[in-house]
Design a protein around this ligand. Structure first.
Ligand code: CTP
Length: 417
């Protein structure tokens, strides 16, 4: 198990460092975070310290740091130094040997392997100066974890995005054969990565270079420590959509409520229980090119009793309050996906209800889903795609065929937008 000195640079991708810490620790690695002044604008030392269960080092001039552990020692106590995310500025300083803060001083002083995971605007990444700095770093033996293609927080498209934390870890030489997937782990919020299926379209797929975010399954709202408010959603349609997106070459994040379905190949899965946890996981996964919200999110949460409700106390009065509306929140989000797709499960007036819901929630598409039969939990579905221009019948078919048809339409639409 490796001891990683993790230098967190500036940028919107800094929040992924938090996820990286959690994932790496789950695989037995230990992390000592160093947060740059810029990084601290995006993620707090408190968050990193809590996740790493380690002090977070921020300043060269913090005497406490020097007495606790000198900066030379700090870098030498690690097996590996990882800069994630690495800015263009950090890469330039590393290439030039500049040491003007704690992070750059550590990087110059270390005698351990160094890896950088750059994340920046596409033009900055492609600039001749950055290209030259990256070449210099490679010549110095620094491992460069290449950024992936996708939409940037700034709205531009191209290479420059930090890969998912699981991919960053997978590329590091951590001297461990432990798989990145803990078997059967069902933590409250759990990240699992599955192998890419051999049928993947890879780089040539119709969604290659795109990030697709999918929610699936029900949510469970606790009533007391042993009881929950749930619904009949099986998660099958959402899982089939995540699988179809991965097979079309997309990077897929699947935020799943409590279901017992296997993770589709090539999909990064985050398990949640409640609507609030689902909201947090979805926001944490942004930006995405398209979000397909298939989950049957409980509209209401219950004021949960801290102790088990007893029968002899008579029928309980449950106090409800509104849950966040994930679809509506995404529609108004600064990082709104380009194509926002909701599902409208209705038992009557299918198309009219779906069209009204599309407008009310400011979604681009609403997939109208007739749940008057045994659709919830069943293997087939019949859906209509409701957009601004009208309704299109996608037919009745097994859920994985419906998923493929929908993903093909999404790929077409993303190309056109
Ligand atoms: N949805 C969501 N967050 C919620 C509720 C719903 O993201 N708190 C999403 C669902 O995932 C789905 C769409 O909104 O994509 C429509 O869900 P639905 O439950 O049909 O919408 P409601 O506004 O709750 O309508 P209804 O009154 O019919 O329950």
């Amino acid at each position: 198990m490796a001891r990683i000195l993790l230098i967190v640079g500036c940028g919107i991708a800094a929040f992924k460092a938090a996820e990286l810490i959690r994932l790496a620790r789950r695989h037995g690695h230990s992390l000592t975070p160093v947060l740059t002044a810029g990084g601290a604008h995006f993620v707090t030392p408190m968050t990193l310290a809590a996740l790493a269960e380690s002090p977070v080092y921020t300043s060269l001039w913090d005497l406490k740091d020097e007495t606790e552990m000198g900066h030379i020692q700090l870098s030498r106590a690690a097996d590996l130094v990882l800069v994630c995310p690495a800015t263009a500025d950090l890469l330039a300083k590393m290439a030039a040997g500049i040491a003007d803060d704690l992070a750059t001083t550590l990087l110059l002083a270390t005698d351990k392997p160094v890896a950088v995971a750059p994340a920046m605007n596409v033009r900055m990444w492609q600039h001749a100066a950055t290209r030259a700095n990256v070449a210099t770093l490679k010549a110095h033996g620094v491992q460069v974890i290449e950024p992936v293609e996708g939409e940037m927080a700034c709205g531009e498209y191209g290479p420059g995005r930090l890969p998912e934390p699981g991919e960053v870890l997978a590329q590091l030489n951590l001297g461990s054969s432990a798989p990145l997937v803990p078997s059967g782990s069902q933590a409250e919020v759990d990240v699992r990565l599955a192998e890419r299926p051999s049928t993947s379209f890879g780089m040539g797929g119709s969604l290659s270079g795109h990030h697709i975010l999918v929610t699936a399954g029900p949510t469970h709202e606790p009533i007391d420590p042993v009881r929950v408010l749930a619904n009949r959603s099986s998660g099958r349609q959402g899982f089939a959509i995540a699988a179809a997106a991965a097979q079309a070459g997309a990077r897929v994040t699947l935020v799943a409520g409590p279901v017992s379905l296997p993770t589709p190949g090539g999909v990064a899965r985050i398990d949640v229980e409640t609507a609030e946890q689902m909201m947090a996981a979805v926001e944490g996964a942004l930006p995405a090119d398209s979000a397909i919200l298939v989950a049957a999110v409980a509209d209401w949460k219950v004021r949960a009793s801290p102790s088990k409700l007893k029968k002899e106390d008579g029928p309980p009065e449950l106090l409800f309050s509104l849950n966040p509306d994930i679809l509506k929140t995404l529609a108004a989000h600064a990082l709104r996906p380009r194509l926002l797709v909701g599902f409208a499960a209705e038992t009557d007036d299918l198309l009219a209800h779906a069209a009204a819901k599309r407008e009310r929630k400011d979604a681009d598409w609403m997939i109208a889903n007739d749940v008057s039969g045994d659709v919830m939990g069943g293997s087939h579905n019949h859906v209509h795609l409701v957009s601004e221009t009208g309704a299109e019948d996608l037919g009745q078919a097994p859920k994985d065929e419906i998923a493929r048809r929908l993903i093909a339409r999404i790929a077409e639409e993303l190309r056109a937008r």
